[in-house]
Design a protein around this ligand. Structure first.
Ligand code: ATP
Length: 486
């Protein structure tokens, strides 16, 4: 659809854009990214013919752009520049109608049903119909932006060039606008080239990204190929981290503020842990990074309250999420700052152990009951219902773990748990083999994220050794305690 070949050009003899080449297939969306002044808008101006390239060519549907008449080009391609102060005082409807200009034989002398439908459709799509008789200077920046988008859509060309289309829009309108453009791309085969300042929006909505740096192409490809932490830091001179979007398979970039270590002396001590017959609670006045399989707020996040609560053996598990949330609120705790687990074991029997390591103290806190113990390798032979977890393990680390270390720590802890069950000769009573856990065990690792980064937490690392020993000893002791009570 669009082919840019060795394009060089700018505003004077010194080129802003230098030897830029790329292709955009029909029915796809390209996002142009790059720091302020790198030449994104200039590139759009060269593609649209607003400025003439010094060398190189732009092909639209295999035809060189300079072979099209102005009107033919306007039918092929719509350009929406950055929001500008309009010198005309027009109503919204009149402004959108200007988009139909390339389709007129004489200026507005041949207004057809198609023109009318295009204008009404574009106003509806962008949600500006309620303002259709209002003068655009009386609209907010965001409303005005949507009017110009409507004008561009009314033009009904195959190629849309947009310069920061979400500028001035709140998040709901950013989403509506980009969802709408994406729908046109997928359903109608519209081709879009758009400049973005928001890297994450570009990642979410674009098929390909062109990353520019000082007028040249730094990278071109799918978002996961282009939005690399190192390249983004290098090009934008900003400190960032890349992570996966929670739902879409697209990378997202987060700024890392310089002021990160304002709580350098944050430490978890035994005084942060409270054990009573209703629960075990750990409460800090700073957030811990937590990875867990808890009932409430599972996964990876930052929390300062950890709760392992006792419930009756016959607890109705069907409404567990709603019931747990209610419990947290009734206790006056913050639902967004609390990770919650449950156990049918008496929490007075919880084992709390601490281990000093060179990086800081590690606490291992376990509640264990093994009445439902199971051999995971034989689990396929049985058909259990879900019930409340019986070995709940917390590992609280005064240290700084990488993501790898969090996951490896979970593995190390699970291996240590299995070993403890073997050591305590806990049997799966159905298969009559040594059990490896219970059907709904829960595991949590929390870290203060201070001090030297620990990249790994496997069994030969210092932190892994502490986890292995601590989990083994705490679970073994908790099993012995639970047997005493039987
Ligand atoms: N009309 C102009 N005449 C001369 N120089 C210009 C003109 N417009 C832009 N420039 C210069 O060209 C360079 C690239 O500008 P351009 O607007 O293309 O960058 P951009 O990447 O779109 O920036 P931003 O992210 O700030 O919008 C800048 O150094 C700018 O000062």
């Amino acid at each position: 659809m669009l082919k840019v070949e060795n394009l060089t050009g700018g505003y004077s003899s010194t080129p802003i854009i230098k030897d830029v080449s790329f292709k955009v297939e029909k029915g796809t969306m390209l996002g142009i990214l790059g720091p302020n002044g790198c030449g994104k808008s200039t590139l759009l101006k060269l593609i649209s013919g607003i400025i003439t390239p010094t060398t190189g060519s732009v092909f639209i549907d295999q035809v060189n752009q300079n072979h099209y008449s102005a009107k033919e080009l306007a039918k092929k391609m719509t350009v929406l520049p950055q929001l500008h102060g309009s010198s005309f005082s027009n109503t919204v409807r009149d402004t959108v109608s200007i988009g139909r200009y390339p389709h007129q034989k004489g200026f507005f002398s041949s207004w057809s049903n198609t023109d009318e439908e295009a204008v009404v459709g574009a106003m509806n799509q962008t949600g500006v119909t309620p303002f259709e008789h209002i003068f655009i200077e009386n609209l907010s920046g965001g409303e005005r932006q949507r009017v110009f988008i409507a004008q561009a859509l009314a033009q009904k060309s195959d190629l849309l060039l947009l310069d920061e289309p979400t500028n001035h829009l709140d998040i709901a309108h950013q989403q509506q606008l980009l969802d709408m453009i994406r729908k046109e791309v997928v359903d109608q085969g519209l081709t879009v080239v758009s400049v973005f300042h928001d890297i994450n929006l570009a990642s979410l909505y674009c098929d390909r990204i062109l990353l520019m740096d000082s007028g040249v192409v730094r990278a071109f490809g799918e978002p996961h190929e282009v939005l690399l932490e190192g390249d983004i830091m290098d090009v934008y001179h900003a400190k960032v981290a890349s992570h996966a979007h929670p739902v879409q398979p697209k990378p997202q970039i987060t700024l890392l503020p310089e002021i990160q270590n304002d709580g350098i002396n944050n430490k978890v001590t035994i005084n942060n842990i409270k054990k009573c017959n209703e629960y075990v609670m750990l409460k800090t006045d700073f957030p811990l990074r937590v990875l867990s399989s808890a009932v409430h707020n599972a996964g990876l996040g930052w929390y300062s309250i950890l709760l392992n609560r006792t419930v009756q053996q016959n607890y109705h598990i069907e409404q567990v999420k709603e019931e747990y949330l209610q419990y947290i609120m009734n206790e006056g705790l913050s639902p967004t700052n609390t990770v919650g687990m449950m156990t049918a074991v008496d929490t007075q029997d919880a084992v709390i152990k601490s281990y000093d390591a060179s990086f800081g103290t590690v606490f291992v806190i376990v509640t264990a009951g093994v009445g439902n113990a199971i051999d995971v390798s034989k689990a396929y032979t049985r058909d259990d219902q879900q019930y409340i977890g019986t070995i709940n393990t917390w590992i609280i680390i005064n240290g700084n773990l990488s993501d790898e270390a969090f996951v490896q720590g979970m593995m190390t802890a699970t291996e240590a748990k299995t070993k403890a069950l073997q050591h305590e000769k806990v049997y799966d009573t159905i298969s009559n083999t040594i059990a490896t856990g219970t059907p709904t065990d829960s595991l949590l690792i929390a870290a203060t994220q201070q001090g030297k980064l620990m990249q790994y937490a496997g069994p030969i690392t210092e932190v892994g050794k502490v986890i292995g020993r601590g989990v083994f000893e705490a679970i073994s002791e908790a099993i012995q305690n639970s047997r005493k009570g039987e």
